[in-house]
Write a protein that binds this ligand. Structure first.
Ligand code: A3P
Length: 323
């Protein structure tokens, strides 16, 4: 029973029957929604302001409010990417630049809590709280997967901190994300989806940390702000030394040619795999190539994503290499 007109019609007929019908329809709809039970992938995460987040991310409104108002310094640096776009690669590059290629940083992967702070998880069990982050000496390094408008301390055009953002083509991101979600099944997010199902979720933007289709265009729209550096994974793969130079110039570090080559050598996927033997986060290093999507997408899936992609990038000037 859907509208006033229907009610009126039934009023002339028999009021009780209308009520019985309404109750029946209501019960049917409940039964149908119960049949469409949500996958664990969704129920093992929580929804924070419309964005799906693993449970180790704080949903406490008081904490979120404090993060939103966190005081930043001009020499704070954020490495922030949509998941599976090279976040940990960029973290390692920035860590080496800031430490002038120091060997101890070549040998290890960026350490959370020591080298980088993660606001979304701050204060959760095992993660330092905001007070500790507040008191850290400069230069402080932060990382995360935040939307442009949801950054700690406010969006970049309201702060003096520096933001390095790396974007990657959505087909490779989806594949990388699926593999990662499977591996992380023991840590809060239970991925009970097949590849086909995961891809449907990805196309709808129903994956951890939000929608590729909203995240990337929002950052892209702000790419020319002086404290924002927008990079692409595919460009970094093509010419790593040039990307490292771009990043160090942006951060104001004048590294010499030898150091630059050393950093480039230390941050290839091969070197990072060798140096991350003792790294519990080895899961962030998989193939590290452009075009792995071709091993996973069917032609129909590729076409479906092309449609969404074209709609999203149309008129924005944003484009990616897929091969
Ligand atoms: P694949 O799963 O496609 O291999 P994030 O750090 O944002 O989670 O991104 C992880 C992705 O970046 C993984 O992609 C990983 O292999 C890739 N990656 C990590 N280090 C890399 C490097 N040095 N060079 C190229 N890709 C790298």
């Amino acid at each position: 029973m859907c509208c006033h007109a229907c009610i009126q019609y039934y009023n002339n007929y028999e009021h009780d029957k209308v009520i019985t019908q309404l109750v029946y329809i209501y019960k049917q709809s409940i039964r149908m929604s119960q049949k469409r039970a949500l996958p664990s992938y969704i129920t093992s995460q929580h929804n924070i302001d419309g964005i799906l987040n693993p449970k180790f991310i704080s949903a406490d409104p008081e904490h979120i409010e404090k993060v939103n108002n966190f005081p930043l310094r001009p020499d704070d640096t954020f490495v922030t990417c949509y998941p599976k776009s090279g976040t940990h690669w960029l973290m390692k590059i920035v860590l080496l630049i800031v430490n002038n290629g120091d060997d101890q940083y070549v040998q290890r992967a960026p350490q959370l809590f020591n080298d980088y702070q993660w606001f979304e998880a701050a204060g959760m069990p095992g993660y330092p709280g905001l007070d500790k982050i507040h008191d850290l000496p400069s230069p402080r390094l932060f990382f995360g997967h935040q939307y442009y408008s949801r950054l700690p301390g406010g969006p970049p055009n309201t702060t003096q901190a520096r933001y390095i953002y790396c974007a990657r083509n959505p087909k490779d991101v989806a594949v990388s994300f699926y593999h990662h979600s499977l591996k992380r099944s023991g840590i809060n997010v239970e991925c009970d989806l097949s590849w086909d199902e995961f891809l449907d979720h990805f196309l709808r933007g129903e994956v951890s940390f939000g929608s590729w289709w909203e995240h990337i265009p929002k950052w892209w729209a702000h790419r020319d702000e002086p404290n924002v550096l927008f990079l692409k994974y595919e460009d970094m793969k093509k010419d790593l030394p040039i990307s490292i130079k771009t990043i160090s110039d942006f951060l104001g570090y004048n590294i010499d040619q030898d150091t630059l080559q050393k950093i480039a050598q230390a941050t290839t996927i091969e070197s990072m795999k060798v140096n991350s033997v003792a790294w519990s986060e080895k899961q962030f290093l998989r193939k590290g190539v452009v075009g792995d999507w071709k091993n996973h997408f069917t032609p129909a899936q590729s076409e479906a994503m092309d449609k969404v992609y074209c709609k999203v990038v149309e008129g924005t000037g944003l484009e990616f290499e897929f091969n």
